[in-house]
Design a protein around this ligand. Sequence first.
Ligand SMILES: [Zn+2]
Length: 474
Amino acid sequence: MLLIVLAFAWCSVSLAQPLDLAINNGRVIDPASGLDAVRNVGIRGGKVVSVGTGTLTAKRSIDAKGLIVAPGFIDLHWHGKDTSSDRYEAMDGVTASFELEIGTADVDGWYRAREGKSQIHHGVAAGHAPIRMQVMRDPGEFLPAGPAANREATPEEVTSIRQRLEAELKKGAVAVGIGVAYTKAASPFEIVDMFRIAARFGAPVHTHIRFASSVAAGNMRQFGLLEVIAAAASTGAPLQVVHVNSSGQADTAGFLEIIRGARERGLDVTTEAYPYTAGATRIETAIFDGAEERDDAFFGQLQWMANGERLTRETFRKYRKQGGPVILHTNTEERVRLAVKSPLTMIASDGFDVRAQGHPRSAGTYTHILGRYVRERGDLTWNEAIRKMSLMPAERLAKRVPAMRNKGRIHLGADADLAVFDPRTVIDHATYEKPDQFSEGMRWVLVNGVPVVDGGKPVEGVFPGHGIRAPVSR
Ligand SMILES: [Zn+2]
């Protein structure tokens, strides 16, 4: 009885308060509940507080007739350091982005650098590669370029890497990042050690597998996939194989088949893709060890990011000494399409600071999927695409990060992180030549109920993004 009275009291109080925002007449697509219908969505205090057909009174009302209202997109693969790229991500429908593949050696510092400066939510993994770089005194910038790439760790070094990883997880890192291809001298046993720690914390391991993207390794990448599947099976750590399109290349279909088989046998293995045929990384890294052996045609697939120039054997040598970002035009449309369409993949951009990375994926991944894969080609339905971009990534992190249970969904009490877009016009405009182009078609993007895109335009000077962490255990 008391409960009923309390519930009634709460109801009348909450109904008496006007909503902060109402989004009326939009087609609400919530893959978690299966809802796909015209509804009015009420928001108060940064939360969704009503989803229904009744008229809503609010301080501000938006007419979303003809528009799709979706959970905001969650990007599990982002490397940017500069929060000014948030505007491009927001214009692409992204309301949370995570650096999980490489991660950081300083979880507290990483969150501190973004506090109060972020338009969208953000989170980070404890990173094996950056910790290995610190322990082994590697001079690399962001990725290993010396001993952390090329030398086997001593038992003492492995112990300190393990302890450092554990310490960063205790600070609330949301996952463990292992870029095995960038630490190629790390033994498989060292990698399994990291999986063991991840398993203890229930943290998913996001991994760029060994030999993947390595230009001289041929089909060795197949062993790279089997290594991490075995590590997950042996330790119980959840596993996310990042960018199956660029890690898989000619083996993409085989990779998806192996991941499907692992899942069918009960392993918690997931994967992701970005919808472009080129990758991007740094030229001084282990990825390019042995490239000198390749024929002349290979170098023409590489594009120097700073000026768009296609490389030759000679310019490759020059830039490898100098160091810096390079684009790799090595994949085919057919393989990328296979990866994007697979029900196994979530969409993740692998983006970087928009102005520093000459790759359209940083600003255009999500609207590229909506405009080209859904509207133009019909490869995916709206519902399937939205599931891959919101619910699936939220679920990937939810076991370790309870806060993610209220994201990627539109239910009562869910965080009001929403993307409201026009299905007739939504499209990306970023290209390899002009990567810093806003996407089109996002009409309103809300982060905790605060518009960061309003009427199709980026909003300046608002920073509603929060740091998302796993529970801290000191
Ligand atoms: Zn990668």
